[in-house]
Design a protein around this ligand. Sequence first.
Ligand code: ZN
Length: 264
Amino acid sequence: MNTLVFSFFILGLIIGSFLNVLVYRLRDAETLLGRSLCRHCQHQIRWYDNIPLISFVLLRGTCRDCETKISWQYPLVELLTGVLFAVVGALFLISGSALEWLEVLWLLGIVSMLMVIAAYDLRYMEIPLTVLVASGVITAIFLGAFWWLVPEPFFASRLWFGLLGGAAVGGFFFLLVWMSRETWMGWGDVWLGAVVGAVVGLHLALPMLTLSFGLGATVGLLAIARKKKALKSQIPFAPFLVIGTLATLFLSEAFPLFFRFYIW
Ligand SMILES: [Zn+2]
């Protein structure tokens, strides 16, 4: 593994540890600054117990003070963010041009925000509006800047395909929510759909939706088969949409030839 990819992995671990804090503190509208406390006994967490991944293993997943089990969300979000950052570095930083760095920075932002959205939806069955708006804003800025910097006709540009993708996926989800009267998915999913549609662009909207719905249906059926969920109970959809989006972004970059058959 080269140094750059490894640095991205470490950066992802550190950012992931901050994203965990964000998931909890957004809910309670707490300040994002200040030291972390154990959510059970309120003891301040020592700096050496706050090292991403390593502390969870050394403490065997329990608080040093009250021995309450620490949520699996912590190491999982840290590890996933680390791995996803490393994948972004490995796939998208080839020549190291300014344009590449712009895209990489945007992708790291999108990966982080989508991680928070997925973890938050899993935990609270809700999509955090501030993070959703922020992901839309950085995507608009990136697509705008990309169009400004790359000389290509507007109707062939990434910005145009992003706008079309956002409108198509957002519009499709709007219909689903409206027709099902919010039983299949919620209004938050409509806005998330618009953002991820803009992120992948119209040319990759179909593979993204196929992956997301395929995964959602598989997990949903497995859950019903194991009688963990009743047919009518809601399953949070954002995590599947996030996985489908990131998988589409990364796979289409790694295997452009395969995806050419899918692009109309
Ligand atoms: Zn404790």
